[in-house]
Design a protein around this ligand. Structure first.
Ligand code: GRF
Length: 190
């Protein structure tokens, strides 16, 4: 089983989906790390008695604080679920193949610098795409570039707005995709 740390910066609806499906996993969500002290995800963690930590510091000091938490909980899988900070190559190296991220587009399309939150869905609509979706991938040094684990798509309907597409992708795809990806890794790794 994996000892999972979930990294968050905001609402944490993906974290909530993982918590709700915790019983279906062999792995355990051991701790939550946020770079924002007012992230709603922290309230979700508290409601479910999951230890949470706020690390706002950047650079070496912040990274060291994160590594201490990961070691304290014997973490062997890091899940980035809406974590809006780039990991250093030291951390990526230390946990290579053990860090996954969820992104709300069909990567490699609409990934990389600047493609986060509503920006992704705005670009998709502006380019008149017919399909979009979400991707779970391993984290490498590049932004949104690592090997894809799972991807799922949906059709974009007439009159779709960035906001409606964001909600649809979150609820219809993302909230299952992370847990499905972890299950896949459990089957392949354990
Ligand atoms: C999701 O769309 C995820 O794909 C992206 O950030 C968003 C986080 O949403 N990386 P939430 O905080 O899980 O609600």
């Amino acid at each position: 089983m994996f000892n999972i740390a979930v990294f968050v910066s905001g609402s944490g609806s993906n974290l909530q989906a993982m918590i709700d499906k915790q019983d279906t996993l062999k792995s355990k969500i051991c701790c939550i790390i946020s770079n924002k002290k007012d992230a709603y995800a922290l309230i979700r963690a508290k409601n479910h008695n999951i230890p949470s930590f706020v690390v706002t510091k950047k650079g070496k000091a912040g990274e060291q604080a994160i590594i201490e938490i990961l070691e304290q909980f014997d973490i062997n899988l890091i899940v980035l679920a809406g974590y809006l900070r780039i990991l250093s190559s030291e951390l990526i190296n230390k946990y290579r193949g053990r860090i996954i991220n969820i992104h709300p587009s069909l990567l490699p399309k609409y990934g990389g610098a600047g493609f986060y939150g509503l920006n992704v869905h705005k670009a998709v609509i502006e380019n008149n795409e017919k399909i979009s979706g979400a991707t779970v991938h391993f984290v490498e040094e590049g932004i949104d570039t690592g090997k894809i684990i799972l991807q799922k798509q949906l059709e974009i309907e007439e009159g779709e707005t960035p906001e409606s597409l964001q909600i649809k992708i979150l609820t219809n795809i993302e909230h299952n995709l992370l847990v499905d990806s972890i299950k896949l890794l459990e089957r392949e790794t354990l």
